[in-house]
Design a binder for this molecule. Sequence first.
Ligand SMILES: Cc1cc2nc3c(=O)[nH]c(=O)nc-3n(C[C@H](O)[C@H](O)[C@H](O)COP(=O)(O)O)c2cc1C
Length: 197
Amino acid sequence: MNSQTTLKEQCIKLPEVKFPENLSLYKAFKKRESKRDMTEKEFTLQEISNLLWAACGINRENGKSTAPLLWKHHVHIASVYGVHKYDAEKNKLNKVLEEDIRSKMAFQDFVNKAPLIIILGVNTDDMKNDWLERLGGKDFYAGNQTSAVSQNIYLYAAAIDISTVAMTWYDKKFVDEKLGFTGGMQSFIIHPIGYGK
Ligand SMILES: Cc1cc2nc3c(=O)[nH]c(=O)nc-3n(C[C@H](O)[C@H](O)[C@H](O)COP(=O)(O)O)c2cc1C
C-alpha cells in the first residue's frame, strides 16, 4: 500500500492503476472538450497513476501502450514540487527538477493554476527510419504521435469530469531547456490538467 499522497518525493512508486467504477466510454466522447477552468486542488497519486497510464501507459505483455506509439514517448509532469519524469515500465515517477516552472511555461494565465502540467515529448534522434523524410519528416511524425497521447488524456479527463486542454502555445525553448532536453529530444504538446471550478 502506498501511503504517500503528494509529489514531494524524488522517486515515487505509483499505486497500481485502478480506474473508478462505472467509467463510461460514451460519456468520455460526449463530454470531451478543451476546458481551461482549473482549481489548484492537487491530485492524489492514484489519480496521477490512472491519468498517466491512460495517456500512454503499458497495456500489454509486449510492452506496448494505450496510445499507438511508433517511438518511445517521454512524459513529464510539472507541479508545485518541481518536475517528475514518468517511467511507464516501472510505474514510477523520478524527479528531474526541483523548481516549480508552471507559471513560466505558457502564455495563458489559467496554466499557472493547474496542479499538473503534463509535458509530452519525443526524442527525434530515435527516429531512424529511411522513409521519414519522404513522408513528412520527424517533427510531423512526432507531432502526430503526440496527438494520440493527447487525445487519451482528453478522454480520461472527460470520463472523470476534470479540465484539460492541449497546448502548443507555450514557451517550448524554456521548457525544453529546463528539462535538460538536448539533441533531438523535444516537447511537442503540454497539457495542463485540474479539477474544474
Ligand atoms: C495541436 C493543438 C494545439 C492547441 N493549442 C492550444 C493552446 O496553446 N492554447 C489553448 O488554449 N488551446 C489550444 N488548443 C485547443 C483548441 O483551441 C481546441 O481544441 C479547439 O478550439 C476546439 O475546441 P474543443 O477541444 O473544445 O473541441 C490546441 C488544440 C490542438 C489540437
